[in-house]
Design a protein around this ligand. Sequence first.
Ligand SMILES: Nc1ncnc2c1ncn2[C@@H]1O[C@H](COP(=O)(O)OP(=O)(O)O)[C@@H](O)[C@H]1O
Ligand SMILES: [Mg+2]
Length: 349
Amino acid sequence: MTNVKVNSVAKTYGTTPVLADITTEFPEGSFTSLLGPSGSGKTTLLRIIAGFIKPDQGVVMIGNNDVTDVPVWGRNIGMMFQSYALFPHMTIAQNVAFGLERRGIKGAEARKEVDRALEMVRLPGFGDRTPKQLSGGQQQRVALARAIVIKPSVLLLDEPLSALDRRLRQEMQVELLRIQRESGLTTIFVTHDQEEALTLSDKVAILDKGRIVQIGEPETVYEKPLTRFAAEFLGDSNFLTGTVENGAVRLADGSVVKSTSALPANGSTVTLAIRPEKMAITSGDTADNSIKARITTVIYAGPVLSYHLETADGVPLKLFAQNRDGTVLKEGDEISLGWSAEHTVAVAD
Ligand SMILES: Nc1ncnc2c1ncn2[C@@H]1O[C@H](COP(=O)(O)OP(=O)(O)O)[C@@H](O)[C@H]1O
Ligand SMILES: [Mg+2]
């Protein structure tokens, strides 16, 4: 088990900065997701850690070793990508043994390690088959066995599950987490799937345009987003903009919204983020905050009702409500929403 650190890592292609001064740490034995939209630099950061790409500046540390100038094969890294490309003409055992052979491990010792890895991914006895005798999900497991058989210091996974259908993906998520916990491997997992990042990770790092805008435990990142981008990319969010006045925020319509966040100085403009499930339909002024809105769209999704709303000032809002008693409100209905100051988070734009 080893921790990974990147210090002031930057990469520019031509004149386009792809990673801008990234400094962060992936603690020993932890599972960290790099979450961000396409083009935010996730793969580039992972490939810099792996050694496929040399950063323009900065340092990559694996354990106590500065590996910035160490080639890929000297870094003892296990890797798995979306296109896991098993060698079709080789057996499963030969595929898994590939990395061992390159490290000079052969014969009975190699067989023992291959069996152990296949057991870990729950494919014991599959060694003599060829890849085309396996389902897509099973091939994915073989690719994972191939990555972990070498007992890497670090496991790097670049959207390994995104080609799988939903059910298989969920199954593999559970397996991946089990294997990570059993092996204790420091794991860095690239995904653009927010649910996957939240459910699997000890820590989620949100990337935007080559920067880590926030890194933290899933709950912290979700409940207390630091920026508008983080609030929008990880989950859904409502935004209200107003002016700070005596420790609260006055909206354009004159109403006042309370927040437990630290607010900037009086007179500053501030954006508040409120998760749609934190708002509730209220009849009186029982909550810290309330606002009136008109329903513009009703989305019936079974257990959850999703309402799109608009305030008198034309601010769009979303509300997620549990379908407790089967009551479905209608488009055009005027409602009052209430929510707490604690769930009103000041975010940077
Ligand atoms: N070899 C390259 N040459 C030029 N631009 C590149 C190269 N690799 C990646 N990029 C650009 O860098 C940005 C980040 O890419 P990438 O790290 O693959 O993002 P992600 O994995 O988050 O989708 C993208 O705009 C991409 O087009
Ligand atoms: Mg990518």
